[in-house]
Design a protein around this ligand. Structure first.
Ligand code: AMP
Length: 113
């Protein structure tokens, strides 16, 4: 756990979240400022700063995160959804702990803004 990391604190249960799924490796919870009718985040419990910090030593959890994304979307009955991860300030990353946004329930535009 990294000090002063919001999502480490959420993963540790120190800050409450609206949880959808949790296991020993990860957590799925609803975004506090939803950008679509359904908007949840999937995070590893171990601190990884972003996609840019994924390497051979920590990538195992990433496949698990995608299994959880697929299973959670299925559980919520989502037939179409978008998975997004922002890396760095210019791309819009505001929390420096790896997370995948899952957005659904409205028409999406491409390219994203
Ligand atoms: P990003 O800006 O891509 O780093 O995504 C961070 C996301 O975390 C944003 O969509 C925020 O709305 C969301 N967020 C920030 N604080 C919380 C919180 N306490 N609980 C749930 N989601 C949060």
């Amino acid at each position: 756990m990294k000090n002063d990391c919001l999502f480490c604190a959420i993963a540790a249960g120190e800050i409450p979240s609206n949880k959808i799924y949790e296991d020993d490796q990860c957590l799925a919870f609803y975004d506090i400022a939803p950008q679509a009718p359904v908007h949840f985040l999937v995070i590893p419990k171990a601190h990884i700063a972003s996609v840019a910090a994924i390497d051979g030593g920590n990538s195992g959890v990433v496949s698990h995160l995608f299994e959880v994304i697929a299973a959670t979307a299925k559980k919520l009955g989502l037939e179409s959804y978008r998975v997004v991860s922002n890396i760095g300030e210019q791309a819009g990353q505001s929390v420096l702990h790896l997370h995948f946004h899952v957005l659904s329930g409205r028409d999406m535009t491409w390219p994203p803004g």
